[in-house]
Design a protein around this ligand. Sequence first.
Ligand code: FAD
Ligand code: FES
Length: 255
Amino acid sequence: MKYLHDFTIVNNERQTDDFVVLTLQYDGALPRMMPGQFAEVKVDHTPTAYLRRPLSIHDVNYEQNQIKLLIQEVGDGTRTLCALPAGSRLNLMYPLGKGYDLPNSDKVLLVGGGCGVAPLLFLGRHLKQHGITPRFLIGARTASALVRLDAYRELGEVLVTTEDGSMGQKGFVIHHPVMRTDSPDFDWIYTCGPDAMMKALAKYARHRDITCQVSLENRMACGFGACLCCVTPTQDGHKCTCVDGPVFDSKYLQW
Ligand SMILES: Cc1cc2nc3c(=O)[nH]c(=O)nc-3n(C[C@H](O)[C@H](O)[C@H](O)COP(=O)(O)OP(=O)(O)OC[C@H]3O[C@@H](n4cnc5c(N)ncnc54)[C@H](O)[C@@H]3O)c2cc1C
Ligand code: FES
């Protein structure tokens, strides 16, 4: 079931030069959402972003009927959203798409890069509620681009890589010591981030018989399967990322 709801922004917290967290308040009971699902967010007051923008559900508080969005400014749409002050209204079509599955093992690794870290906080909370302690591996260009590490640390261990070595291990996530072994201590990888990162993780998982669920960030327009602009090649032909995904088993994709 999809909903079209107006929210009030109750907090706009800048994290870094280009990341903001918006806390949104709904004045009724929130529908149930799955981690990995997303919202199509209406962007008002800009002539260029006339289509809604897809953003992952970053966190949910059902008691307070609040949702958080973690937004990276990359263009007019996200810049406009990040500039909205508390008190502004925001219209969301949500929850959309297919989210992450629960694992059949409690040894899981959640790997994020860039704005791809957004869905992993809600996923980590969901896993914890199911008795599974998540472990995060987060990659960024440099230390100042890492966002909300404390929020992830409240749920589980957080491992970090930076390309310039300014925090954690130097290099990409795939170079972290937890990955550099033929007998890793995790059976599931959940990931969201740049395609190159997720493809490297998918290859790693394939060679070790590990389940790897990836969340694709293909460009989207309608968000509900009508325009076909978000299709991705799979073992069963082209599938819409917005309804059949954004989360897929990496083995199902033609990577
Ligand atoms: C399912 C899904 C979930 C997403 N979740 C989040 C999230 O939680 N937080 C977040 O910050 N972003 C997320 N994104 C990406 C976000 O939707 C885009 O960054 C946003 O739509 C860009 O809009 P814009 O108007 O700011 O930029 P535009 O003016 O549309 O584009 C600016 C630049 O960004 C590039 N770009 C735009 N969209 C994408 C994309 N999807 N992938 C790669 N490059 C892109 C364009 O090619 C262009 O170079 C998600 C995308 C999808 C599909
Ligand atoms: S965005 Fe229109 S079909 Fe997926």
